[in-house]
Design a protein around this ligand. Structure first.
Ligand SMILES: *Cc1c(COP(=O)(O)O)cnc(C)c1O
Length: 343
């Protein structure tokens, strides 16, 4: 198969239309047959529930090439399960896990020429999404839905080495206690754009959210979980009492890697903002970058500096990042079933 003629390493994190998307419609109580399409547009009733009441959820994973030339995805079963949970919370019919996995296989396979070669640092970003298409003006769930998967090649997250970022605590909240913070839904993102823009306007890379109820605990940023390393070298993972943190697959995988492969002690617990001074390393984790090291987190009174303010990733997060990317790329043997061959 002839790869597309693209300067893979120079690609940005943008949308580049490929050959195929996957589409499947739900009507009259059942998902249809579904299949590949070359139509990358969606035509909707102006009254579709997605446009008014935001009945929508999505996922994000990557397909990439291993050293020995296989095209693989990392733990796509967890994306399938999380999307089922997101759909249920929004009264949408879950797209069944086995069909999700088959659809990922089909659409990535059909776009194999768009999967960047091993070593380029680029990947094929896979974005499953589901939304209400039925026309309903009263507030109630739609009776029609569409499940789609679009794929787009994206460049390496870090172009010139892994660089630490600076974060400011947001004056706004991301997720209410017992709200929708634990599902991957567009509705959690619309309102995060404003705090994100504010953080940028003040010269920071990201906005950190505290728990909405007490504004004392660390939650996460708009699209990544927080991980910490204490002075004893333990991995500390902030947890909320009320499920307002998105269950990141990268974070869950790092916990396993730290505990089972690197023999580290891992503590998952609520972490107060005013405890941050005790930690020596801090990172954000998610599919796109695996781990982004954090140099500093500030609010109006405090300025917490991690890893001595170095412009490189710290030793513990560095080792975690190397190990997980090594597993993903097939250089290190990881737990069974993590790396799934697509084609
Ligand atoms: C997607 C997402 C993450 C990261 O999850 P991964 O499964 O690791 O990619 C973290 N926080 C939020 C709010 C997200 O939407």
């Amino acid at each position: 198969m002839q790869k597309k003629d693209i300067d893979w390493a120079a690609l940005d994190f943008g949308y580049h239309q490929t050959d195929y998307s996957y589409v499947c419609d739900y009507a009259e109580g059942a998902w249809g047959e579904g299949g590949l399409t070359k139509d990358h547009t969606v035509t909707l009733s102006e009254c579709a529930t997605i446009l008014h009441y935001c009945q929508e959820c999505f996922e994000g994973l990557k397909a990439y090439t291993t050293e020995d030339g296989r095209i693989v995805c990392f733990r796509p079963d967890l994306n399938a399960e999380r999307m089922e949970a997101s759909a249920r919370r929004l009264i949408m019919p879950p797209f069944p896990k086995e069909r999700f996995l088959e659809a990922v296989r089909e659409v990535v396979g059909a776009n194999a020429a768009w999967v960047p070669p091993y070593g380029s640092g680029a990947t094929l970003y896979v974005r499953p999404l589901m939304f209400g298409t039925g026309d309903t003006i009263g507030v109630r769930p739609s009776d029609k839905y569409q499940f789609r998967i679009l794929v787009t090649p994206v460049g390496p997250y870090f172009k010139g080495g892994v660089t630490p970022i600076r974060i400011i605590v947001s004056d706004y909240d991301r997720a209410a206690p017992h709200g929708t913070g634990a599902i991957k839904a567009g509705l959690n993102y619309a309102m995060s754009l404003w705090p994100y823009e504010m953080a940028h306007a003040q010269g920071y890379d990201e906005a950190l959210y505290l728990d909405a109820a007490t504004r004392t605990y660390v939650e996460e940023t708009g699209g990544a979980n927080v991980i910490l390393v204490d002075a004893e070298g333990r991995l500390v993972v902030p947890q909320s009492k009320s499920d307002s943190i998105l269950p990141s697959i990268t974070r869950r995988s790092l916990v396993t890697v730290a505990r089972d492969l690197l023999g580290m002690e891992v503590i998952e617990r609520p972490v107060r903002f005013d405890e941050l001074g005790q930690f020596v390393e801090c990172g954000l984790c998610g599919t796109a970058a695996v781990i982004v090291p954090v140099m500093s987190i500030v609010d109006s009174e405090t300025d917490y500096i991690f890893n001595g303010g170095s412009d490189e990733i710290g030793p513990v997060l560095g080792e975690l990042r190397r190990t997980l990317t090594g597993i993903q790329e097939g250089r290190i043997e990881g737990p069974e079933g993590w790396v799934v061959e697509i084609c």
